[in-house]
Design a protein around this ligand. Structure first.
Ligand code: 13P
Length: 253
């Protein structure tokens, strides 16, 4: 049984004070127990947030990390550092990191390995650009990203995969549920080919890109979609709680 994972990626938003206010607002709401709830604040807020949610079911993830344990890597944060403060998840290879920070599939593969070695649950982001979709290259693109990211990876079933079409991120243009489902099913088939059907059946696949309380139920009704990675809409506690509580009328409102 795959347990739904509803995650908020706060991106580069919120001071420590704003982060604490937002997480308190979220924590004090009634949140569905049928799903795992995860928030990924910026590095500067992680420690404070983990203190705030100690007695709640909310989980915390980082948005990035480096693959080395320690050393002369100015500006980087290691998996061990994240682990030491109680971080459980880490987003790897978000399209914004691929696009603005030139992250390659090879680097992403190293980060994935390091996260698993340190017991962090990686959320591997994959997805095509608008040009790639218009050229009919979306499946080829996503397949290449997955094959390269999973090179020599054991414990693949521990990885969460987030399908985030680049053209749907922050644009208000949500992929149709058919498009998201088709790609998620395809991703599962790639995992079955690389590993086996048991791993493929157990791996969590999220959709990300303009998810809101208005479209969450439709997205989550798809058989191969097990959760969502929410950007903008996760910055508002009321809206994010509605997303978490999809299908449970009135809760979180
Ligand atoms: P939006 O929900 O703002 O489109 O962002 C999606 C995303 O990039 C989550 O990682």
């Amino acid at each position: 049984m795959r347990r739904p994972l509803i995650a908020g990626n706060w991106k580069m938003n919120n001071s420590v004070e704003e982060s604490i206010n937002l997480v308190r607002d979220l924590r004090d709401r009634e949140l569905s127990e049928k799903v795992d709830v995860l928030i990924c604040p910026p590095f500067t807020s992680l420690y404070a947030i983990i203190n705030e949610i100690k007695n709640s079911s909310i989980k915390v993830g980082a948005q990035n990390m480096y693959y080395e344990d320690k050393g002369a890597f100015t500006g980087e944060v290691s998996p061990a550092m994240l682990k030491s403060i109680g971080v459980e998840y880490v987003i790897i290879g978000h399209s914004e990191r691929r696009q603005y920070f030139n992250e390659t599939d090879q680097l992403i593969n190293k980060k994935l390995k390091a996260a698993l070695t340190h017991g962090l649950i990686p959320i591997l982001c994959v997805g095509e650009t608008l040009e790639q979709r218009e050229e009919g290259m979306e499946k080829e693109t996503v397949k290449a990203q997955i094959v390269k990211a999973f090179k020599n990876i054991e414990k693949a079933e521990k990885v969460v995969i987030a399908y985030e079409p680049v053209w749907a991120i922050g644009t208000g243009k949500v992929a149709t549920s058919e498009q998201a489902e088709e790609m998620s099913e395809f991703i599962r088939s790639i995992i079955a080919t690389i590993y086996n059907s048991e791993v493929a059946d157990n791996i969590i696949i999220q959709y990300g890109g303009s998810v809101k309380s208005l479209n969450i139920s439709e997205i989550m009704s798809q058989p191969n979609i097990d959760g969502v990675l929410v950007g903008g809409a996760s910055l508002n506690a009321e809206e994010f709680a509605k997303i978490v509580n999809f299908g449970e009328d009135k809760k979180g409102c």
